[in-house]
Design a protein around this ligand. Structure first.
Ligand code: AMP
Length: 303
């Protein structure tokens, strides 16, 4: 089964305490599509300007991603710039230039409208809703969001999440959205607002998966060195939906496994800037890390 991913495609400038890089390939759809491509065929929909480097298009093509839906218009590509503190959980957005994104209205190519698995990667919830208006009877829809939309577009977000199967957000966003300080309470409260499943990501502390009658928690894959955390959440969401599409199984057991795959994809992504690590990642490396992670989290004989 294939996946349709709609979101931002960006040029990022990123600074950490040890390095600084400009004009990196970024954007929620870029990260999510590359991560999903390890599991299943991906069609990506987004927008770029005529300054978008061909080498970034090659990154998508090399992963077999269908970019027929990547609109190119006159003007500059969306740009985002961020800076991380020593504690990489803390990030400051330095600048955002919407550029061609300002007038973006996602158009889903006719042959992608029946894609069964849809990821509404992080963009304005009104645009995410516009995508849903164009797809025909999808089997499973996942939406990602961010603090900006929770504060600026709350009514749109509330309307959107009634139409999706799963909402993914991080713990601070879940708190902001619900006013609950406790991430477990926040997750449960979001379930009451519409989606059948909620994933609350807790960065290096892992992720929580909620449904009305089930719950799952996992840690993150333990890493010593992190080069750049940008896009970890997008990779998590991309691998999650990619795995669901590959197995075409949306049972709770399968969703748990998809959360583990998301965790692994995020762990690889943070090992290098932009998509550099995922560009050279192999299926075998994912399987090896999956084996390691399974050993780390299993406790023989415990009940
Ligand atoms: P994350 O680290 O998961 O928050 O994702 C970072 C990516 O999101 C970067 O590559 C940015 O280009 C992209 N991004 C930042 N702000 C926005 C926004 N307002 N809408 C869509 N994408 C964004």
């Amino acid at each position: 089964m294939s996946v349709l991913i709609v979101g931002s495609v960006a040029l990022d400038d990123i600074k950490t305490t040890t390095a600084e890089h400009r004009d990196l390939l970024g954007g929620s759809a870029s990260y999510a599509s590359v991560a999903a491509s390890f599991y299943t065929p991906v069609s990506m929909v987004g927008i770029v300007g005529d300054d978008f480097p061909e080498v970034h298009r090659d990154t998508f093509r090399n992963r077999g991603i269908n970019i027929d839906g990547l609109e190119v218009v006159q003007g500059k590509t969306f740009r985002w710039s961020g800076e991380y503190e020593e504690d990489m959980n803390n990030r400051r957005t330095l600048s955002v230039e919407l550029n061609v994104f300002e007038h973006f209205s996602p158009k889903i190519p006719t042959r992608s409208r029946q894609t069964p698995y849809v990821l509404l990667a992080n963009i304005a919830p009104s645009l995410q809703a516009h995508v849903l208006d164009q797809v025909e009877a999808p089997k499973f829809v996942v939406a990602d969001t961010m603090d900006l939309w929770i504060s600026l577009a709350r009514p749109d977000l509330l309307a959107l999440i009634k139409r999706v199967d799963m909402l993914i957000l991080n713990d601070s966003e879940a708190r902001q959205f619900t006013g609950e300080r406790n991430a477990v309470k926040a997750g449960r409260k979001i379930l009451e607002l519409g989606p059948r499943y909620v994933v609350v990501k807790k960065g290096e502390h892992g992720a929580l998966l909620f449904s009305r009658d089930n719950f799952f928690a996992t840690g993150a894959f333990p890493l010593e060195d992190i080069a750049d955390p940008t896009g970890a959440g997008d990779c998590f969401a991309g691998a999650l939906i990619g795995y669901l599409a590959k197995t075409d199984d949306i049972s709770f057991e399968s969703i748990k496994k998809a959360v583990i795959q998301g965790t692994l994809a995020a762990s690889f992504n943070v090992e290098a800037f932009s998509l550099k690590r995922l560009e050279r990642l192999t299926r075998e490396e994912i399987d090896i890390r999956h084996g390691e992670f399974s050993r780390y989290i299993s406790v023989n004989g415990a009940h």
